[in-house]
Design a binder for this molecule. Structure first.
Ligand SMILES: NC(=O)C1=CN([C@@H]2O[C@H](COP(=O)(O)OP(=O)(O)OC[C@H]3O[C@@H](n4cnc5c(N)ncnc54)[C@H](OP(=O)(O)O)[C@@H]3O)[C@@H](O)[C@H]2O)C=CC1
Ligand SMILES: O=C(O)[C@@H]1CCC=N1
Length: 271
């Protein structure tokens, strides 16, 4: 299987690193390209053994899956670039937030199958949650191949295309929202008078350990929380202080803003 990445930035890197780590595709069969940063491609080649090129005819010849992995606002230039070289064997996988399959098809000016996915950067460590929708002309064998590819860097969740807006908010942007929360936790911790480096190290370990508990325990998060909360103890005191703030409302605002922006990106491009 030959896979090409048009755009080799943060998210593409997480995906191809995840695929290579899973050993599901040989690195030399993964071809990278970008706009102009050849040094980045050389570094990926040296570190991972992937191929790279700026020759679009060569890249798209025999390519089974072509990742469209530029920023949404760079897609029109990308479509212009690859349009002359697209052949019937190429199946597209877009990771671009907001851009509908219909808009991608219209601008590629070809009827090739298109899958739209919404991964997250946890693909780096094989834990992306990836929402996916397929164009109606995606055959069952190719669909299965794409799902298998996605499962190489995490879990796949097939949804109606409209629901990718919600997936984008909850899990696409999700790591950034959680990093932000963790950053605030570290900031607050450092105000308690312990050495900053000790706080940072111990909170990093706290987050990893908590994630592993969620992964490995049969108990729900609510029960895991209750197991820490002694009656009249320190945890109860902290939770009482938290309950003075509507944290659910804060996250609802955050997720609604991200969904709204995803819809705006789709509507802007539809004009
Ligand atoms: N980052 C994330 O967590 C997530 C991102 N996404 C989506 O992934 C996409 C990429 O985001 P991200 O990886 O963060 O962006 P980056 O800015 O890190 O990477 C963008 C890449 O696109 C390349 N590029 C720009 N124009 C062209 C072109 N005409 N032809 C080929 N390559 C081109 C750039 O090349 P050069 O470096 O040479 O300029 C660069 O390699 C976005 O559409 C975003 O919506 C989806 C889910 C999560
Ligand atoms: O911020 C963005 O638009 C992209 C989509 C999801 C994560 N990053």
């Amino acid at each position: 299987m030959k896979i090409v990445f048009y755009g080799s930035g943060n998210m593409a890197n997480a995906i191809f690193t995840g695929i290579i780590n899973s050993e599901s595709v040989a690195p030399e069969n993964i071809y990278l390209t970008n706009k102009s940063n050849q040094e980045a491609l050389e570094d990926y080649h040296d570190a991972l053994g992937v191929s790279y090129s700026y020759d679009d005819a060569e890249l798209l010849k025999d390519a089974d899956y072509v990742f469209l992995s530029t920023k949404p606002y760079d897609f029109l230039k990308l479509a212009e670039r690859i349009r002359p070289y697209i052949n019937d064997n190429n199946k597209f996988i877009s990771i671009m937030a907001g851009l509908p399959i219909s808009y991608i098809r219209e601008n590629l000016q070809k009827d090739n199958p298109i899958a739209r996915i919404m991964p997250n950067t946890n693909a780096h460590v094989g834990h992306s949650v990836t929402g996916i929708s397929f164009s109606t002309n995606f055959g069952p064998t190719s669909k299965q191949e794409v799902l298998t590819l996605i499962e190489a860097f995490g879990t796949a969740l097939e949804v109606k295309e409209d629901h990718l807006h919600q997936v984008t908010a909850i899990t696409g942007s999700g790591p950034a929202f959680l990093y932000h929360v963790f950053e605030q936790y570290v900031n607050a911790g450092t105000k308690l008078g312990i050495e900053k480096s000790q706080v940072e190290e111990s909170i990093k370990e706290l987050i990893i350990g908590t994630g592993k508990m969620i992964e490995r325990s049969d108990l729900k998060m609510e029960q895991l929380r209750k197991n820490i909360t002694s009656k009249g103890g320190t945890t109860q005191a902290g939770l009482n202080a938290l309950s003075n703030h509507d944290i659910e409302a804060v996250f609802l605002d955050c997720l609604n803003a991200a969904v709204k922006r995803s819809i705006e990106l789709a509507e802007t491009e539809d004009d």
